[in-house]
Design a protein around this ligand. Structure first.
Ligand code: PLP
Length: 389
């Protein structure tokens, strides 16, 4: 069968591949400890589930507007004004089938063949693949552990060419957990404004912060940066709603209109009653978020302490999201072989850094219980002993 050329250029999501392998082993009765998947282990808070269930019972079961329920678009705009200092109206919002879908829509609406898209590495697996599907060219800027996995304004400046269309930012970051400081965001915004670029700011982890980390949306830096900012976010990570598939784009009207058109010919509206759950998530107390973040903070510390006793691992403390991204280059093995061996011999699932453009690291999610974390880090230590002795 002759498939379209665009398919040949993209690779399947390695995180989903590893997760599928770990799940298959579990089904076979093997005691797998999984740190590979990027989703909270909590159930969706009950008031959110109740709101969706009530909507379902009330008959919110029909097609709705492709751009989303007006009430949800309004709630999202209000949240962006209140929490992020971004002056969006409901008309600037499209509700999408998850943050992944919002990013995909953005690429489809903005990128033309040959357009360059700047992506700092380590990056979320899907960014370069989405850019390629839209026939753009990903331009990767490598950042290092020593630099805290931060792209500097100078690095950004140097990567810009006449073909540069947009820059993708993700703070807090998946996979590194890095969070740009407000000053760093301001410095990056300056370069973006000077070169009149677009910036896609993936803020899906904005509420998952530790220590004294602060989230500043690049769109809130100045009116000029607001005009050039496209926000992609969603409910999955903050409210433990990964399976609900609800995200959103916030952007200037012409882009929103284009995305609405694309969506009207592809997915149409997001599941109607699910959107009522999302409304409840924003309109009620945020205590559930505080509680989940507190649990993540405790687990982060336990995993960090354990990892830093393993010889050969270098792991700085991240200040956001729920991942550790230790460097394993001292162990003399690439990330894929390391993770394969770890799964085969110790039944521990981790994601090879190569999936994120960093072959000397692995990603461990601590969105799992403390008992699993302790047992998993023991097994990891055993594995490292076995390959280094
Ligand atoms: C999880 C994630 C998303 C999107 O998740 P959805 O489940 O599609 O809402 C987007 N960006 C990053 C960096 C993520 O980790």
């Amino acid at each position: 069968m002759k498939l379209a050329a665009r398919v040949a250029q993209v690779t399947p999501s390695l995180t989903l591949v590893i997760d599928a392998k770990a799940k298959a082993m579990k089904r076979d009765g093997i005691d797998v400890l999984s740190f590979s998947v990027g989703e909270p282990d909590f159930d969706t808070p009950s008031h959110i589930r109740a709101a969706a269930a009530a909507a379902l019972e009330e008959g919110k079961t029909r097609y709705g507007p492709a751009a989303g329920e007006p009430k949800l678009r309004q709630a999202i705009a209000q949240k962006l004004q209140r929490d992020n200092n971004l002056p969006y109206e409901a008309a600037n919002i499209v509700v999408t089938n998850g943050g992944k879908h919002s990013l995909y829509n953005i690429m489809m609406a903005l990128i033309e063949p040959g357009d360059e898209v700047i992506i700092p590495a380590p990056y979320w697996v899907s960014y370069p693949e989405m850019v390629k599907l839209a026939e753009g060219t990903p331009v990767i800027i490598n950042t290092t552990l020593e630099a805290g996995f931060r792209m500097t304004p100078e690095q950004l400046q140097q990567a810009i060419t006449p073909k540069t269309k947009l820059v993708i930012l993700n703070s807090p970051s998946n996979p590194t957990g890095m969070v740009y400081t407000p000053d760093e965001i301001r410095a990056i915004a300056k370069v973006i404004v000077e070169h009149d670029l677009w910036v896609v700011s993936d803020e899906i982890y904005e509420k998952i912060l530790y220590d004294d980390a602060q989230h500043l949306s690049i769109g809130a830096v100045s009116p000029a940066s607001f005009e050039r900012t496209i926000i992609s976010s969603g409910f999955a990570k903050t409210y433990a709603m990964t399976g609900w598939r609800i995200g959103f784009v916030a952007a200037p009207l012409p882009l929103i209109k284009a995305i609405e058109t694309i969506q009207s010919h592809s997915t149409s509206n997001v599941c109607t009653f699910a959107q009522y759950g999302a409304i409840a998530a924003y309109e009620n107390s945020q205590d559930c978020v505080t509680e989940m973040v507190r649990a993540f903070a405790e687990r982060r510390q336990i995993m960090l302490d354990a990892l830093n006793t393993i010889p050969g691992f270098i792991c700085p403390a991240p200040t956001g999201a729920f991942y550790l991204f230790p460097n394993i280059s001292k162990l003399g093995v690439n990330s894929l072989n390391f993770c394969d061996g770890l799964l085969e011999t110790q039944q521990v699932a981790a994601v090879p850094g190569i999936a994120f453009g960093a072959d000397d690291c692995i990603r461990l999610s601590y969105a799992t219980n403390v008992e699993n974390i302790k047992a998993g880090m023991d097994r990891l230590a055993n594995y490292v002993r076995s390959i280094t002795s």
